[in-house]
Ligand binder design. Structure first.
Ligand SMILES: [Zn+2]
Length: 594
């Protein structure tokens, strides 16, 4: 999409949005209608709404990581960033920044003649130094190309220093904003997926994690400036400015680097982790929201404990977990060790507990384990969304978790879970992602499922993983080939099984005057996207004499299961606990008889 088009769109957005949404609703209604036999009415409306909303976000924010230039990425992968230092001086009146970034990469090749860094072209580069010498560079098409011919050595680190200034673009979901909120001035960032390079030069890919050795932010006196890791410096400069220096010893990706500055109330809580280690919980709130936040955030210690017990100890336990309010109305972002949360989500009535849980779970899945590419984004969002389900199950019970899952099912997800085309933050990635984990739990059982989560975490923490890495862990832990499961739910399948079933019972035999019957259950799959969805199907059978849950492995388009049952059949229910993302109805033309 061209820049001019986007400017035009932004100017006329409210208006065009209405027209656009109407068109979309018509189109998506049409698409949905073509599948409507599979949907209930409420699913149908949710589907229409969610489809229209996703297209709206897509258009408004233009987030499409498919235009990352793979040739440039090939060049960028000739070096591996080890450490970074960032210095930012904020200017609230001009809404500009002055910056210095020091990058220490390792040269992986003897052909590293050009170093490509992502950096938006509107920013002015004042100088580039390579190993302390001023060097030539070009800066165009949002790329900073540094001539490194004969200046770097394979398997050796080198140092790039870049001085720059300018007014960063505000891309994506509010990637860089100076904003007045409730009469106070704030500045904040949100880099995901690749907008770090709007305000500091970097290799803006999730796959190359590094140590953020030092991050210094200069702000007007009286403000707080908050970032990842721990505060190592706080100094006054000419009594006009305050300088905050942060540092983290954990690997981090560019999209998880953040800062927020302004007038904040700072307050603390803490939680004792299992090895008696005290984890500081640091909170920064807009002053008029502090009381509300103190109510809403008081369960965070329990959340940290719960997920530390369930998965593994909180990943960044030597530093902190924190939350800071920023200028979003709603929504939040899992910045490493310091979640940014939209201030209107803080109500004092604990209305958005699941958002808090979601961002916290990202500290394990997203931050500690980062996706190798944006094709694997469900490993972040599906996991964090399933974290909401797990927390609900823990605090409110299985029925509440089941209801939440039912709400997450919008009826008809578009595209594949792996490599979602175009907009990478759609409901497929979040909601179907959570559902796929729930189905995996159904297939392998609870204890194996949680072993998978902790094994996956242990193997890939502080690094990167892709979907195949996760699949491999699932297979290693279970000893089962799960290709069918990942193909139908993650890699190629875009739909769900549409089951139609019928059953009948026949007299069988009487033993000790107890009649045994033969139950014949036939399940047909009617969906069009996949010939067969192979799944274990739980059937709850209630007879006059007993209640049993029998699991059949359904692996054919039409399949009949035969089961002897004790006593006359009273009721039969398929997938009662909702372990399959499905549509289901009894076959009407064949009368079910008992
Ligand atoms: Zn998320």
């Amino acid at each position: 999409m061209g820049k001019k088009f986007l400017t035009f769109m932004k100017r006329n957005l409210p208006y065009l949005t209405i027209v656009f949404m109407v068109i979309l609703i018509i189109i998506s209604t049409f698409i949905t209608l073509s599948n409507s036999h599979a949907l209930s009415k409420s699913q149908y409306f949710r589907r229409v709404l969610s489809c229209a909303l996703e297209k709206y976000w897509d258009l408004k924010y233009g987030i499409n990581v498919n235009d990352i230039d793979s040739n440039i990425v090939k060049y960028q992968n000739l070096f591996d960033v080890q450490r970074m230092e960032i210095y930012i001086v904020t200017n609230f009146s001009s809404e500009e920044i002055k910056g210095k970034t020091i990058i220490t990469p390792l040269d992986l090749s003897d052909t590293l003649n050009r170093i490509y860094l992502n950096f938006y072209s509107n920013m002015k580069v004042n100088y580039v130094k390579l190993n302390d010498n001023v060097v030539e560079y070009t800066h165009q098409d949002n790329l900073l190309m540094i001539n490194s011919r004969n200046k770097v050595i394979k398997n050796d680190t080198f140092r790039i220093e870049i001085g720059y200034s300018g007014k960063p673009y505000n891309k994506g979901f509010d990637s860089f904003s100076f904003k007045n909120i409730e009469g106070n001035k704030y500045v904040y960032t949100l880099n995901e997926p690749n907008f770090a390079s709007t305000w500091f030069p970097c290799k803006d890919l999730p796959s190359d994690k590094f140590i953020l050795n030092y991050f210094e932010i200069t702000v007007p006196t009286g403000m707080w400036a908050v970032s990842n890791g721990i505060l190592v410096k706080r100094e006054s400069l000419d009594s006009l400015y305050d300088v905050f220096g942060w540092k983290s010893n954990y690997q981090i990706a560019t999209y998880l680097v953040s800062f927020a500055a302004g007038n904040y109330d700072y307050w603390k809580d803490s939680v004792i982790l299992s090895d008696a280690k005290l984890l500081p919980l640091d909170y920064y709130t807009f002053p008029s929201y502090t009381e509300r936040a103190k109510k809403d955030w008081k369960k965070i210690p329990e959340m940290v404990k719960y997920f530390s017990n369930l998965i593994a100890e909180y990943p960044f336990s030597n530093e902190k977990y924190g939350m800071i309010m920023f200028g979003w109305n709603d929504g939040a972002m899992e910045h490493q060790t310091i979640t940014s949360i939209g201030y209107k989500l803080v109500t004092g009535e604990n209305k958005n507990e699941l958002t808090i849980v979601h961002e916290l779970v990202h500290q394990w899945f997203g931050d500690a384990i980062t996706p190798k590419s944006w094709k694997d984004i469900w490993l972040n969002e599906g996991f964090a969304t399933y974290g909401e389900v797990l927390w609900t199950e823990y605090t409110k019970g299985k029925e509440a978790a089941k209801n939440l899952l039912a709400n997450l099912d919008i009826g008809n997800f578009s595209g594949t879970l792996y490599d979602p085309q175009g907009f990478i933050f759609g409901s497929t990635v979040y909601n179907k992602g959570a559902w796929v984990l729930h189905m995996l739990r159904g297939v392998v059982g609870d204890s194996t499922f949680f072993k998978i989560l902790s094994t996956y975490y242990d193997k890939y923490k502080f690094g990167n993983a892709n979907t195949r890495d996760f699949k491999k862990v699932c297979e290693d832990v279970t000893g089962i080939d799960l290709t069918y499961f990942f193909d139908q739910w993650v890699f190629t399948g875009t739909g769900r099984p549409i089951y139609e079933y019928s059953y009948q019972t026949e007299d069988y035999v009487t033993i000790d005057s107890i009649p045994y019957f033969m139950l014949r259950l036939t399940i047909e799959q009617k969906q069009k996207d996949q010939e067969v969805y192979k799944m274990p199907v739980q059937v709850t059978i209630v007879t006059e004499k007993e209640k049993n849950i029998i699991t059949f492995f359904n692996s054919k388009r039409t399949q009949t299961f035969v089961q002897p049952i004790k006593g006359k059949l009273i009721s039969l229910e398929i997938d009662k606990d909702n372990y399959i993302l499905k549509s289901i109805k009894p076959l009407e033309d064949k009368k079910n008889k008992q």
